[in-house]
Design a protein around this ligand. Structure first.
Ligand code: F6P
Length: 341
C-alpha cells in the first residue's frame, strides 16, 4: 500500500503530531507514505516525496507543519482538479489523508465523490468543524490567548485602562468565548451574538463605579465592526474575507473610549496564537485522530473523517463534518455572561 498525506489551510499546533501518527501507523503496517507539500498545491503540481522516520522524529512538540501549507483551492478550476486526479494516479496512491479545516476537507469530499479514496483529519484552531467535539490547535490557541489576557490584566491594572484583546475565529467565537471564560474577562464579543457596545459601555461604567479600576474585553475577529463601512475587502482562494484587515479590536476600543471616556487600548495576538508547541491535549488528540485515519484506510472507510466524540475516535461522513459550521451555543455565551459582575 502507498498513501499520501497533506496539510491544508491555516496552520495550527498539532499538525506535526498528526503527520507523525499517520506515518508511524502506516509504516507499522508495511505501507509507504508520501508527503505532499503545501496542501492541495502539492497534489496539483505533483510535489511530493516519500517520508522517512527521521522526518517525523522529534516533531510531536513542534508547531506548524513539516509539509508546509497553503490555501490552494483546486475546485476553482476544472484543470486543477484534473491535475490532482492525475497525480493521485501517477504517484500510485491507494489512499490520501487530507489534514485540514472545512475548506481543505471540502476538497477531499469532492475528490471522494469523484472516486478517489480520501480520508480526512480535522484541524482548526477555530474549533468550528461539526461532528467532532474538538479539533487540535484549539486548546493551544486558547492557552496562548489566556496567557496574553493575563499579561494585559497586569498592564490594565497598573494604568487603570480598559484593554481589548482581539483573537482569531473566522465564523465562530470559540477561541474568544473560552479565553474570556478561562481568563476571567469582563466581557466577550463573539460573531454568534450581535455586539451591543452600549451595554458593554454600561457594564464598564458599573465596574469603575464600584471601584474596579480596569476592565478586560475579549473580541473575536469575526464580529460586526461598529460602523463598518461597506468597502471592498481582500478574499482568500476559498472566498473568505481576510478578517485581520477589519481591525475589530481597534474599532471596539475606540467605541468604548467614546462611550465611557475611560482610557482604552487594544491588542491583537494574530498569528502568535497559531504558533508554538502544541499543548499536551492537542498532541494526544492529533495522535489519536492520525492513528484513526490509518485504521479507516485499512477498513476502506473512504469519504470519512476521523473525529472525536466523547472519549472515542470515530469515522464520520466528511460532507457532514465540513458542511455546517459548529458555532458557540447561546447557553454557553450566557454561562460566560454570568461571570461579568
Ligand atoms: O481559519 C483559521 C484562521 O486562523 C482564522 O481564524 C483566521 O481568520 C485565518 O485563519 C487567518 O488566516 P491567514 O493565515 O490566511 O492570515
Amino acid at each position: 500500500m502507498r498513501i499520501g498525506v497533506l496539510t491544508g489551510g491555516g496552520d495550527c499546533p498539532g499538525l506535526n503530531p498528526a503527520i507523525r501518527a499517520v506515518y508511524i501507523s502506516a509504516t507499522e503496517r508495511g505501507w509507504e507514505v508520501f508527503g505532499f507539500r503545501d496542501g492541495w498545491r502539492g497534489l496539483r503540481d505533483g510535489d511530493a516525496a516519500p517520508l522517512k522516520l527521521e522526518d517525523v522524529e522529534g516533531i510531536i512538540s513542534r508547531g506548524g507543519t513539516i509539509l508546509g501549507s497553503s490555501r490552494t483551492n483546486p475546485m476553482k478550476s476544472a484543470e486543477d482538479l484534473q491535475q490532482c486526479k492525475e497525480h493521485f494516479r501517477g504517484f500510485q496512491l491507494d489512499a490520501l489523508v487530507a489534514i485540514g479545516g472545512d475548506d481543505t476537507l471540502s476538497v477531499a469530499a469532492r475528490l471522494s465523490d469523484d472516486g478517489l479514496p480520501c480520508v480526512g483529519i480535522p484541524k482548526t484552531m477555530d474549533n468550528d468543524l461539526s461532528n467532532t467535539d474538538y479539533t487540535f490547535g484549539f486548546d493551544t490557541a486558547v492557552t496562548v490567548a489566556v496567557d496574553a489576557l493575563e499579561r494585559l490584566r497586569d498592564t490594565a491594572r497598573s494604568h487603570h485602562r480598559v484593554m481589548v484583546l482581539e483573537v482569531m475565529g473566522r465564523h465562530a467565537g470559540w477561541v474568544a468565548w473560552m479565553t474570556a471564560l478561562a481568563g476571567g474577562a469582563d466581557w466577550v464579543l463573539i460573531p454568534e451574538v450581535e455586539p451591543d457596545l452600549h451595554e458593554l459601555a454600561e457594564h464598564v461604567n458599573r465596574l469603575y463605579a464600584r471601584g474596579h479600576t480596569y476592565a478586560l474585553v475579549v473580541a473575536s475577529e469575526g464580529i460586526t465592526v461598529p460602523e463598518e463601512v461597506d468597502e471592498e475587502r481582500a478574499v482568500d482562494a476559498f472566498g473568505h474575507v481576510v478578517l485581520r484587515e477589519r481591525n475589530v479590536g481597534q474599532a471596539v476600543a475606540k467605541e468604548i473610549h467614546r462611550l465611557t471616556g475611560f482610557e482604552t487600548r487594544h491588542a491583537v495576538i494574530g498569528h502568535i496564537q497559531r504558533g508554538g508547541p502544541p499543548t499536551i491535549f492537542d498532541r494526544v488528540l492529533a495522535t489519536r485522530v492520525g492513528v484513526k485515519a490509518v485504521e479507516m484506510i485499512e477498513d476502506g472507510d473512504f469519504g470519512m473523517m476521523a473525529a472525536v466524540q466523547g472519549n472515542a475516535t470515530v469515522a464520520v461522513d466528511i460532507h457532514q463534518a465540513c458542511g455546517v459550521t459548529k458555532t458557540v451555543p447561546l447557553a454557553l455565551y450566557h454561562l460566560a455572561q454570568t461571570f461579568f459582575r
